[in-house]
Design a protein around this ligand. Structure first.
Ligand code: 5AD
Ligand code: SF4
Length: 474
């Protein structure tokens, strides 16, 4: 019988992509995928280190597996990804029943490592070099690139795919663990990305989301010239079969006019820009070492609005960063009010061992203050999201149908109709009723109501005059 594996994934889209690639490599090696821990011979956790909460979740899941391993010592338990790179052998100390600790730069070796474990049950630790004190080239090489040929069966949705265009990060924002655990910034060759997107299109993929920690600092050198993100978008815009191109996450300082013009002019590129601000206070931005002032961020927003009217802009904010005063926080509130983001992800600062902020500053904002600021900012953002969604009521938007909605209460058996969910070109979530055969199609939906997170609508027909010309609108 083939060995069965189960991967549990937490964290960002990069992790979701890594899990897909790991799954594909295991399927190719003859393993079978299962959707729960109980039936699996190999249980893998693809982990996140960006906040303490994400790590706690994994350690408690590992703790609960102790008795499983006592009963079934043949089961293999593996920890992959950012927490593996950060905590290293410390994971074996906290959870001695773990067999395998594999950093994000080594996940491509997984089939080999599992085979090795099968022969000899000595726990294995495979991680990249520490960035500190080593020559850059050596560290880069130790973060092995892993973007094999794509396998449609390993993806959650056949018509949507993420494509890594960059590895790592060089920004070293003082609060952030990513540059240590994901390694130095490296762009993938444009030709390789183009070939991957063409292959995805052949597999029926309609939408690609390009991934990088600072995706708009992408730069590849080709024939002595430089290929920037705007150039790459232009090339991908020409790939037949692809209908939508998104890219995340942008770094404010690299949001240049050439890129904005490409977003405006290329018909497949979504006018959707995720550009985290993190704070509205210059003092805090400086301690975060973000490399811009709030005035510069506001100028960037103005340039976005002027060049790509109607673009959906989204942001991330951290509240309760070291030394954040009420006044600093009010400046963040002001920025959220001014920015009119489609939505914002708001996080309470979580100190990370190994970061500059943890070394230099005291985590001096009490938890209850962090919580209050988080709730306050979220309430303000939600009110704005609602105001931004309301004008869609009565409009017809074009959506890519993704699948059954989370709360799909209407069963398919009851009249072939389920509650489906899809997204507009600007990444707005739309919920409507329809047969599940529509999954993977791009269709017009007339919006009938909206809350701050979701638009609710009804399918219309493509040949109706109504809504024409609105289809590329957010
Ligand atoms: N604490 C809280 N939030 C963090 N982020 C990154 N590091 C931390 C941290 N130490 C947030 C930032 C980033 C998002 C992915 O996670 O807002 O944009
Ligand atoms: Fe972390 Fe800053 Fe890099 Fe984003 S840009 S991954 S927040 S260090």
């Amino acid at each position: 019988m083939p060995k069965r594996f189960y991967i549990e994934t937490v964290g960002c889209q990069m992790n979701v992509l890594d899990s897909e690639l790991v799954a594909a490599s295991l399927l190719a090696a003859g393993y079978e995928a299962v959707d729960n821990r109980r039936d699996a011979d190999v249980i893998l956790f693809n982990t996140c280190s960006v906040r303490q909460h994400a790590e706690d979740k994994i350690y408690s899941a590992l703790g609960r597996l102790k008795h499983v391993k006592d009963r079934r010592p043949d089961k293999i338990i593996g920890v992959l990804g950012c927490m593996a790179q950060k905590d290293r052998a410390g994971i074996f100390k906290r959870a001695p029943h773990v067999d395998l600790v594999v950093g994000p730069g080594q996940i491509g070796q997984l089939p080999l490592l599992l085979a090795q474990l099968g022969a000899d049950r000595t726990p294995l630790l495979e991680i990249s070099l520490d960035r500190r004190g080593k020559p850059r080239g050596e560290v880069e090489d130790s973060f092995e690139q892993f973007d094999p040929l794509r396998m449609a069966e390993a993806r959650q949705a056949r018509h949507q795919a993420m494509v890594r265009i960059m590895f790592g990060c060089d920004k070293f924002c003082t609060y952030c663990i990513v540059p240590s655990v994901r390694g130095p910034e490296q762009s993938r060759p444009a030709r390789e990305i183009e070939a991957e997107v063409a292959q995805l299109a052949d597999q029926g993929c309609l939408e690609v989301t390009l991934l990088g920690q600072t995706v708009n600092s992408y730069e590849d050198s080709e024939n002595g010239g430089s290929v920037r993100l705007a150039d790459l978008l232009e090339r991908l815009n020409g790939v037949e079969g692809i209908r939508r191109i998104k890219f995340v996450t942008n770094y404010p300082r690299h949001m240049d006019d050439g890129l904005l013009q490409a977003v405006r002019d290329l018909d497949k590129v979504s006018p959707y820009l995720h550009v985290p601000a993190q704070s509205g206070s210059n003092a805090v931005l400086k301690r975060m070492k973000r490399g811009y002032t709030v005035e510069e961020y506001r100028d960037m927003l103005e340039r976005i609005r002027a060049t790509v009217p109607g673009a959906a802009v989204t942001s991330d904010f951290i509240v309760g960063f070291c030394g954040e005063t009420e006044q600093d926080f009010q400046q963040t509130v002001d920025l959220v009010r001014l920015g009119r983001f489609k939505n914002s992800f708001i996080f309470k600062y979580s100190p990370r061992t190994g970061t500059k902020a943890d070394e230099l500053f005291e985590d001096d904002i009490p938890e209850d203050v962090k919580r209050r600021r988080n709730n306050e900012l979220l309430a303000i953002q939600n009110a704005i999201s609602q105001e931004e969604n309301d004008p869609f009521v009565g409009r017809t938007v074009e959506i890519l149908v993704e699948g059954p909605s989370k709360a799909a209460h209407k069963r398919e058996s009851a009249g072939q109709t389920v509650q489906l969910t899809g997204r507009t070109v600007c990444d707005r979530i739309v919920v409507f009723d329809g047969p599940s055969g529509l999954i993977g199609q791009i269709l017009p939906v007339r919006i009938e109501s909206a809350n701050s997170f979701t638009l609710f609508g009804r399918l219309t027909f493509a040949n109706q005059e109504e809504g024409r010309g609105e289809l590329r609108q957010p």
